[in-house]
Design a protein around this ligand. Structure first.
Ligand code: PRP
Ligand code: MN
Ligand code: MG
Length: 182
C-alpha cells in the first residue's frame, strides 16, 4: 500500500473494501438490468476509477460514455451552476442510462445532470455513486445505488482530488487539515 505521507490523515475505505462493495452492487445492477442494453455514463474526472472497476465487475454487457462538466465559481465547493466541457458522444434517447459518480456531496452536480440527461428522454435514468455525504446534501436526489455513506470530511483518492492531486491513490483517505488550511 502507498505511503500515507504527511498530507493524509487516515485511510477511510481500503481498496479491499471498495472492491467488495463494488462486487455487491454489480450483482444488484446486473439483476436490475437483466435483458436490457445498459449505457454507463461516467462523470469526468472523479468517476474514472469507479467506472473502470464497476464496469469490470458487471456481468451485463455495457457501453460506456463520458461527460465532463464544470461548476462555475471558485474553490472546492460546487455552486450548482454547471457548464458542459465535454458532452456525451451518443444519443441517449430510449436508452437505459446509469450515471456513475464517485461522490455526492451537496448533490448540486447530479441534480443538474439529472435534469439535463432527463430532458433527452432516456428509457430510464438511474444513479450509482461510490460515496455519499448525507450531512452535506443541499438537494434531495433519488439515488438507486450507493457504495458508502460517509461523514462530511475532506476525502481524496480513488478518483477524488484536492487541487487535482491524490486521484491515483488506490483507497479513499481523509486529508490532513493543514493541506486545505483547516
Ligand atoms: C466532484 C465530484 C462530484 C461532485 C460532487 O467533482 O467528483 O462530481 O464534485 O459535488 P456536489 O455533490 O457538491 O455537486 P468536481 O467538480 O470536483 O470535478 P472532478 O470530478 O473533475 O474532480
Ligand atoms: Mn466529479
Ligand atoms: Mg474535483
Amino acid at each position: 500500500e502507498k505511503d500515507l505521507g504527511a498530507d493524509l490523515r487516515s485511510v477511510l475505505i481500503t481498496k479491499q473494501e471498495i472492491d467488495a462493495r463494488l462486487a455487491e452492487l454489480a450483482a444488484k445492477i446486473d439483476a436490475g438490468y437483466e435483458g436490457k442494453d445498459l449505457l454507463l455514463v461516467g462523470v469526468l474526472k472523479g468517476a474514472v476509477m469507479v467506472m473502470a472497476d464497476l464496469a469490470r465487475a458487471l456481468a451485463t454487457p455495457v457501453t460506456m460514455d463520458w461527460m465532463a462538466i464544470s461548476s462555475y465559481g471558485a474553490g472546492t465547493q460546487s455552486s450548482g451552476v454547471v457548464r458542459i466541457l465535454k458532452d456525451l458522444d451518443t444519443d441517449i434517447k430510449d436508452k437505459h442510462v446509469l450515471i456513475v459518480e464517485d461522490i455526492i456531496d451537496s448533490g448540486l452536480t447530479l441534480s443538474w445532470l439529472l435534469s439535463n440527461l432527463g430532458s433527452r428522454e432516456p428509457a430510464s435514468l438511474e444513479i450509482m455513486t461510490l460515496l455519499r455525504k448525507p450531512e452535506a446534501a443541499k438537494v434531495d436526489i433519488d439515488v438507486k445505488w450507493v457504495g458508502f455513506d460517509i461523514p462530511s470530511e475532506f476525502v481524496v483518492g480513488y478518483g477524488l482530488d484536492y487541487g487535482e492531486k491524490y486521484r491515483n491513490l488506490p483507497f479513499i483517505g481523509t486529508l490532513a487539515p493543514h493541506v486545505y488550511g483547516g
